[in-house]
Design a binder for this molecule. Sequence first.
Ligand code: NAP
Length: 299
Amino acid sequence: MVATDPLVRTVERGDTRAMRSRTFGPLDNPVVLLGQGTWNMERDDRSAAIAALRAGIDAGMTHIDTAELYGAGQVEMLVREAIDGRRDELFLVSKVLPSNASRRGTMTACERSLARLGIERLDLYLLHWPGSYPLGETIEAFEELQAAGKIGAWGVSNFAVDEMEEALAISGPGRIACNQVLYHLQERSIEHGVVPWCAAHDVAVVAYSPFGSGSFPSSRSAAGAVLASIARARDATPYQIALAFLTREAHVFAIPKAARPDHVTQNAAACEIVLDAAEIAALDRAFPRGPKRRGVATI
Ligand code: NAP
């Protein structure tokens, strides 16, 4: 793992604050380092969640990740309200359920997501996890959707290296934009295979559940104390240090979810933190990568 980040650059977008962006797989335009997750947002106070998403956009977190799965479509409708009038500033991502991922099913699922989001085009469309429909059918639909201008690019989620190999063999190089996978301080197993594979094949890695989906290391644990001391020394929070650690490689992005505006602005500010080699080594010791596993870990 290296701490250097040669592809990082800063962009200004509309009314939003500047946020570090980096090359996203084969895409022409850079994407912000830190985006916003929306899983389970239908359970949050609706107006607070909408305010949080808007605060995130204002703070530069213009990558918004949603899925037809989330709240059975309710979250896409909540996102529609949050992004009203701001569509052009955003990198909007949704996902097709594997049970809908036949060729025809993918096309119609995409149309439904577009309608719920109130937009003409998704920037990125993902297969949520590998399913039973032949992958070639899903990819064929993705390519058709892209040719028709309904999506800007496509990618996958929860794919292990052998599944990435299969996707690459079907699509050819330069087509798969990203693999969105579980990645947090206590679950680093993608570093054994998925992270290097994606770097070698020009595919972005998007870290989902970067805070362990709510089970964040306590500062009372030995590892949590290391994290807390690095945070203190930088006048940052442990959550911000976690995001900086996870995005230390030049092709890795993260999409924390926060329904509280203060959490969102804190998360956005983490993009300014670039950890040095000693801090990375200390975190690496405190939260070891652990053994290789078959497939990928999922939430
Ligand atoms: P997460 O981002 O790991 O953690 C979210 C939790 O952390 C929430 O309870 C949130 O609280 C809290 N939090 C956020 N910022 C904080 C801060 N600065 N300080 C303290 N607490 C903070 O959880 P996640 O939702 O599982 O993962 C993020 C996103 O990844 C999802 O929302 C979804 O978009 C995506 N995802 C994708 C998959 C997939 O299969 N592709 C699977 C899971 C998740 P509040 O909400 O109260 O602010």
